[in-house]
Design a protein around this ligand. Structure first.
Ligand code: ZN
Length: 598
């Protein structure tokens, strides 16, 4: 048994204090290590860099510690039980790390629990103590770590069957609000920390429908005994990380439904999509797993071409389950889908990088995007979700609606339940062929491993949807809707308010701005000698004509430069979807918008 105690002697200094007792350490010198990365987030983060103090002792005697590398320490050889004390700085307000002050505490086990090498399969016991500060006196605690003592939502003692489980249940502590509901026969809680106003009933109503629909999709029972959404609410933030029985989320205050909300706002729809996404991961990636990740030690990068499936298919189902559950309308769903198509089609990177290559390079490219990302890479989330859409619609087309991607997911789930098997690189493609009853391998290879365009127009038409493109109507236009008037011409740059002008956030390859010599980061201050802000730029692009030449004055660093720009015709790369009227049965079957009437 490995025994941890975690608390904080000084939450205002953002330190967690941890004691680790190892009853039977390696007599040659026990090695302990913090992970370099956290499952679900494919970037080296080197959590051990936040350890600020560490010491070891045995039976009251101090033991020497030798640091072996950036993540591990070795304790002096010792025959009896040993105790380590260490202190971790927790000031990363994200779903991937640890954060502590006098308003709340949050941690992932990967940030605070040293792994005892050689004993990773041993059960662990954890005592979580209330931080020693008067402002923490009323704090509660939320986690799905199995509890062995203390009241529900109180501090107490917990256990995990091994280290992998120990680090897969994030912990939130503070004076949070709680929303509870049942779905698929198991209890669900949403625990929200921060300042916000929220309609509890609306959130419980919508999430319970979404969760129930997913349990129904894979077939009951749910794979976990209870489920917890841990939500940190901030002024401006977005993110989520999946775990086996919970998810850590960050959202913006405006994403939550205010009391009495009648129609779901775009922000709330996105929040439901995020919840749905992480919940879907309970099956797809937390249990059905790519082989490479299942065998991963959390030390070095682990490479897989399969994130198109584990993130992409999950991204496809996230909004799909929201519409199928009835929490949003089909129009709202199609708007979101149109925005995803727009996001992929606007980036030249889709012609350079396949979804599989994007997945393989997640560590250094997708997770470390720079201003050239849209030119260089494609998102395995967005392109992957469109590949999933194509697979779903192709199976439906080939089987006259008898089968779909749902059957593929159920097969994967059944394989996991029967054999606990992991997914090799081409397993999902083979299953798709089996379910479709046709050899689709060359087609699937082209979608996943090559850079050619997906047959979206043809496949959407098979369910009665026309895919249309138009020019963007302005810098904020994300697509998904038909707009009256698009921009007439294009500067070939993403614009955002900058210091004293308009900043070119991104510059498109071969676009007008790049041809003129402008670069990402430049701050445009004048057009044709007149001061320019966001409004002026937008008006200029609305009224301009392709071929017009203009003088642009911009700062690069602190140097004022002048550029002659020839405006280009605005590209028609903003997608929206139009459904046939009346809606064909194939459309109804796909979105199952009225399950009660079928
Ligand atoms: Zn995900």
């Amino acid at each position: 048994m490995i025994h941890y105690t975690i608390g904080s002697r000084n939450p205002a200094a953002h330190y967690f204090d941890i004691e680790l007792n190892i009853e039977a350490p390696d007599p040659a010198g026990q090695v302990v290590r913090l992970p370099a990365w956290i499952p679900g987030s494919y970037m080296i983060r080197d959590f051990a860099r936040h350890i600020v103090e560490i010491s070891a002792s045995s039976d009251g005697r101090q033991l020497g510690l030798t640091q072996l590398d950036k993540s591990s320490h070795q304790v002096e050889a010792c025959s009896g039980p040993i105790t380590l004390h260490y202190r971790v700085y927790a000031w990363d307000l994200s779903v991937r790390g640890a954060h502590l002050d006098t308003t709340h505490g949050f941690f992932n086990g990967t940030s605070v629990f040293l792994e005892v090498l050689g004993q990773s399969d041993q059960p662990c016991r954890v005592v979580i103590q209330r931080p020693a500060h008067e402002q923490c006196a009323q704090w509660l605690l939320a986690t799905t770590l199995p509890r062995t003592s203390g009241d529900e939502f109180g501090f107490g003692e917990f256990e995990a069957s091994d280290y992998a489980e120990l680090i897969d249940h994030p912990v939130e502590m503070g004076c949070f609000e709680r929303v509870s509901f049942e779905a698929g026969g198991i209890p669900h809680d949403v625990v929200l920390t921060g300042r916000f106003s929220l309609d509890h009933d609306i959130l419980a109503r919508d999430l319970s429908k979404i969760c129930a629909a997913q349990i129904e999709l894979f077939g009951p029972p749910a794979p976990m005994p209870r489920y917890l959404f841990l939500v940190m609410v901030v002024g401006n933030g977005y993110g989520g990380l999946e775990h086996r029985a919970s998810t850590a989320l960050m959202c913006s205050r405006k994403d939550l439904p205010p009391p009495g909300m009648t129609e779901p706002s775009a922000e709330y729809r996105q929040f439901l999509g995020l919840c749905s996404h992480e919940y879907f991961h309970s099956w797809n990636v937390k249990r059905i797993k790519p082989r490479a990740l299942a065998e991963a030690e959390l030390v070095d990068e682990v490479y897989t071409p399969l994130l198109w499936a584990f993130e992409g298919i999950t991204s496809y189902y996230d909004d799909l389950m929201v519409v199928r559950s009835g929490a949003i309308s089909t129009e709202q769903y199609l708007e979101t889908l149109g925005q995803t198509i727009t996001r992929v089609q606007r980036g030249r990177g889709r012609l350079r990088q396949s979804a599989a290559t994007s997945s393989f390079n997640a560590w250094t490219k997708f997770y470390q995007q720079d201003e050239n990302a849209a030119n260089a890479i494609v998102s395995y989330y967005a392109k992957g979700s469109l590949i999933a859409l194509c697979i779903d619609l192709r199976i439906r087309q080939l089987t006259d609606g008898d089968h779909s991607l749902d059957d593929v997911m159920r097969c994967l789930w059944q394989h996991y339940l029967d054999q606990g098997s992991t997914v090799a690189d081409h397993d999902i493609q083979k299953l798709v062929c089996e379910v479709a009853g046709t050899d689709l391998m060359p087609e699937l290879d082209a979608w996943i491993y090559a850079i050619q365009e997906l047959p979206l127009t043809e496949l959407l038409a098979s369910v009665g949807i026309e895919l249309k493109y138009r020019a963007a109507s302005g810098p904020q236009d994300k697509g998904g809707k038909a707009e009256e008037k698009g921009l007439a011409c294009s500067l070939g740059a993403g614009l955002k308010p900058g210091d004293g002008g308009v900043q070119l956030a991104t510059v498109e390859e071969e676009g007008a701005a790049q041809k003129a010599g402008l670069a990402a980061g430049d701050i445009v201050i004048a057009i044709d000698g007149l001061k320019a802000g966001m409004d002026e730029c937008e008006a200029w692009l609305k009224q301009g004509r392709a071929g017009d030449r203009h003088q642009i004055s911009a700062f690069r660093r602190d140097e004022l430069m002048h550029f002659e720009v020839e405006l280009a015709a605005a590209p028609e790369n903003t997608a929206y979807l139009v459904v046939a009227d009346p809606q064909p049965p194939a459309f109804q079957a796909w979105l199952k918008s009225h399950p009660d009437e079928q």
